[in-house]
Ligand binder design. Structure first.
Ligand code: CMC
Length: 391
């Protein structure tokens, strides 16, 4: 009944108004609260970006200090979460563990579950930003059979995550400044990206009044797929499969062949029809990190040559397919020592602030309606039902 627009994939649907992030896909512009992503990646840090996404403006020094302290105070998870991890097979994909454990947070923080209370919403945002690195590092430790490492509150946000990932009881992890900075930059570059699939999922889940931990678990699930957050893992696997530069033309030909489902992972974007501004920063960061760590990764040569060949190929030019953020982030994550199957978790960690900021913004707007798309029905018309014999 009534008129609706048929728009599969929401190619032309604006679902909300938002003042968090601006993207001009044709020009390759990305702004958070008006600040260009390149400047943020260069001159700010992830917690400062978290503050501006959640609270609407860059913090003063005082506000930054207080925010940092608050996040630091919430980094631990309840000891019972340890037992939850032990219920998983140890060869589970870390994203599988993350979907479950993030959702489980809703069983601990009952005072956060009143989604109509703005202070409860902010409290749940703080908890999620603070606990995501802890849960992700626990998923990793569990999968490699090592003891969990507790958060250390004298470290930076990125430093604490790296320490929880790589410290072992017999040896402290020494965090190199270059690695810590590279990790923080990856977090900044993935912090928010307006109404992408996972953020839209969080908003849709939240539109029913569901609690924030359940909504973020929905976002984690949506992020997992290879067309979205799973692309960084898929991209590195692809570069490894290509292996050497002489095999690139074969893979380019496959990407162009419509009878072959293969796509160049890390290429193309629904919104950017120009270079992804995050990819520009990531590309520089990638070179910096490999130089500072004195690593000579042959995958970077494959990536550079693949980028060069693809960009000069009419197929990619006509379809406006450029490298996206995930084309280079995998190489940086690999250089940092993060295993490939953890890449999507890193994306989830960084995107949590975007998800929760959008959820908070939506819940703060008066007159919110439940998200309820319509469909084009293609099934049977009405027909009589004849009961079958059941014995
Ligand atoms: N390799 C080869 N061809 C491609 C690619 C690719 N990576 N991406 C798009 N195309 C082609 C596609 O086959 C289609 O061709 P035709 O018009 O002849 O049928 C055309 O380009 C348009 O593609 P689409 O799938 O209709 O575009 P979309 O906006 O629905 O999809 C995308 C966007 C990102 C899912 C897609 O480009 C893709 O699958 N890329 C690879 C996966 C990837 O890197 N994803 C990460 C996105 S950035 C991180 C994030 O935000 O999650």
């Amino acid at each position: 009944t009534g008129y609706f627009t048929y728009d599969p994939g929401f190619m032309a649907t604006g679902s909300c108004d938002s003042s968090i992030t601006f993207i001009d896909g044709a020009e390759g512009v990305l702004l958070h609260r008006g600040f260009p992503i390149g400047e943020l990646a260069q001159n700010s840090d992830y917690l400062e970006v978290c503050y501006m996404l959640l609270h609407g403006d860059a913090p003063t020094s005082e506000q930054y200090k207080e925010f940092k302290e608050t996040i630091t105070n919430h980094t631990m998870v309840h000891e019972q979460i340890n037992m939850f991890f032990h219920g998983f097979r140890n060869d589970s994909h870390p994203m599988a563990m993350l979907c479950g454990t993030v959702g489980a947070l809703s069983s601990f923080y009952h005072s956060d579950l009143d989604v109509t209370d703005p202070s409860a919403r902010i409290r749940s945002a703080h908890r999620l930003i603070a606990k995501m690195p802890t849960l992700i590092a626990m998923a990793y430790k569990y999968s490699v059979g090592q003891p969990f490492v507790y958060p250390k509150n004298d470290l930076s946000y990125a430093g604490n995550f790296l320490n929880m990932m790589f410290s072992v009881p017999t040896e402290d992890y020494v965090i190199s400044e270059a690695v810590e900075r590279a990790m923080d930059r990856i977090f900044i570059l993935h912090a928010d990206h307006e109404q992408n699939a996972s953020t839209s999922t969080v908003r849709l889940a939240g539109s029913s009044g569901a609690n924030p931990y359940a909504c973020i678990a929905a976002g984690v699930a949506s992020l997992w797929g290879p067309a979205h957050g799973g692309a960084n893992e898929a991209c590195l696997n692809m570069l490894e499969e290509i292996g050497t530069v002489d095999r690139i033309p074969e893979f380019i030909a496959r990407a162009k062949d419509k009878s072959d489902p293969f796509r160049l992972m890390g290429f193309g974007h629904r919104v950017y029809k120009n270079i992804d501004p995050r990819a520009k920063v990531m590309r520089e960061s990638c070179h910096e990190v490999l130089a500072e760590l004195k690593l000579d990764d042959p995958l970077l040569d494959v990536a550079m040559e693949l980028e060069r060949i693809a960009l000069s190929d009419p197929y990619f030019a006509e379809k406006k397919l450029f490298p996206n953020v995930d084309f280079y982030s995998g190489i940086v994550l690999k250089a940092i020592g993060i295993p490939t199957n953890m890449f999507t978790c890193i994306f989830a960690l960084a995107r949590t602030v975007g998800w929760i900021s959008h959820w908070h913004e939506m819940m703060s707007q008066p007159g919110q309606k439940i998200g309820r798309p319509r469909q084009l029905y293609t099934g049977e018309t009405q027909r009589p039902y004849t009961p079958i014999k059941k014995d």
